[in-house]
Design a protein around this ligand. Structure first.
Ligand SMILES: NC(=O)c1ccc[n+]([C@@H]2O[C@H](COP(=O)([O-])OP(=O)(O)OC[C@H]3O[C@@H](n4cnc5c(N)ncnc54)[C@H](OP(=O)(O)O)[C@@H]3O)[C@@H](O)[C@H]2O)c1
Length: 361
């Protein structure tokens, strides 16, 4: 998955002023670039504050872009996503009423206006986090996401490092208004790497790179989860999918029992990588479930294979429950110096796929 944050600010960091009308911060040349970026993405995301303040349509202005998207099998306009903790949104807003595309509301609210439920797909999260949002969108097949603000949403994504690129346009004037919404970081915001700076009319545009790799990890983990759906449900095994990404960018995939009745997903993917002569040192393995650390049916656990072949990273969605053995895969990997990332926002999907087992044991 690829996530781009985009914002325009004044020289004193304001995203808008306090007047009822939206402040224009971008030059015409900058707007052209933003429109091109919108056209290239699967989805555009804003916060409820922006929807209420600006009532944006977020539809493409250029017919040629719309034609190209349709020819590529996409919707004419990018999917629109709005994040609203309260779910209190006006179903007659332009966001919902315009555009040839799906509209998605991500919310914590249980009871929404029925008209809103009719207008949009509703994705409910227990608690809204940037990684939780990306996980839900990736499960729906969204691969490129443009996050356009406002202030709280940018802080959320920046704070969690949930982006690959940050495009910051700076207008050549001050707003000088204490109550104006601003671009705010949070302490501990992961480092941004400046890639390039360009001039678009009177707007200076800085392009930063995010270093966390979170969107990439979410994307491959969702692929591993998709593979786990290929398993035939068995009361003696978890349904698991695994994807290996080598340091030189080669991909290998597998799922539980794919070629042998005792094979785990990680073993299936490793066997394919070895058969292809891939170098597994420094590779990342994505597994829908925590790699096993003990097993009755074979001498080596998946954790031991991962350590022995020199993998650098393991990313998984769900801890192995105690249905068969007590698993200490994550702990053993960390102790052996392997970097472990758990994306718990995807755990419920893994549990759903394993509904044939008493998963919460
Ligand atoms: N210059 C630019 O590039 C740019 C771009 C976009 C917007 N803007 C400006 O930014 C201003 C809006 O910014 P804003 O900060 O007020 O609004 P915002 O970031 O667009 O949306 C904030 C809302 O999103 C929901 N939300 C965000 N994080 C959440 C979390 N962690 N948990 C639950 N809900 C969460 C909440 O919705 P609920 O209230 O429904 O709970 C919250 O009120 C406007 O003035 C707009 O013009 C500027």
């Amino acid at each position: 998955m690829r996530v781009i944050l985009s914002a325009a600010v004044s020289l004193d960091g304001c995203l808008d002023d306090c007047s009822p009308d939206r402040l224009v911060l971008s030059s015409a040349e900058d707007w052209q670039e933003v429109y091109r970026l919108r056209a290239s993405c699967d989805a555009i995301l804003i916060g409820a504050g922006t929807l209420r303040a600006d009532n944006p349509s977020l539809v493409l202005k250029d017919e040629e872009s719309r034609r190209q998207r349709i020819a590529a099998g996409r919707s004419a306009d990018p999917i629109k996503v709005v994040v609203s903790g309260s779910g209190k949104l006006d179903p007659s807003a332009r966001f919902f009423r315009t555009g040839d595309c799906e509209k998605i509301v991500v919310t914590e609210a249980r009871d929404l206006d029925p008209e809103l439920e009719e207008q949009a797909t509703v994705l409910r999260l227990e608690k809204i986090t940037a990684v939780g949002i990306l996980s839900q969108l990736a499960l729906r097949g969204i691969e490129t996401l443009l996050v356009e603000g406002g202030s709280q949403i940018l802080t959320l994504f920046l704070g969690e490092g949930a982006f690959d690129r940050f495009r910051l346009a700076i207008a050549p004037f001050f707003v000088d208004d204490e109550c104006a919404p601003r671009l705010k970081g949070v302490s501990g915001t992961p480092l941004l790497r400046l890639e390039r700076v360009e001039r678009l009319g009177e707007t200076a545009v800085s392009h930063y790179r995010g270093e966390s790799g979170i969107p990439t990890d979410v994307g491959y983990l969702v692929r591993a989860i998709a593979l786990s759906r290929c398993c035939t449900p068995s009361t003696s095994a978890f349904s698991v999918g695994a994807v290996i990404l080598t340091r030189d960018g080669r991909l290998f995939e597998g799922f539980t029992h794919e070629t042998g009745a005792r094979n785990h997903a990680e073993e299936e993917a490793i066997a394919k990588a070895l058969a292809a002569g891939a170098d597994l040192r420094g590779a990342t393995i994505y597994s829908s479930l925590e790699p096993c650390s003990r097993r009755a049916s074979k001498p080596l656990s998946c954790t031991e294979h991962i350590i022995n072949y020199g993998f650098a990273r393991v990313v998984f969605a769900c801890r192995e429950p105690g249905c068969f053995v007590d698993c200490e895969g994550a702990e053993k990997l960390i102790a052996a110096g392997v970097e472990v990332r758990e994306i718990a926002a995807l755990a419920d999907e893994v549990k759903r796929i394993n509904a044939h087992l008493a998963f919460d044991k």
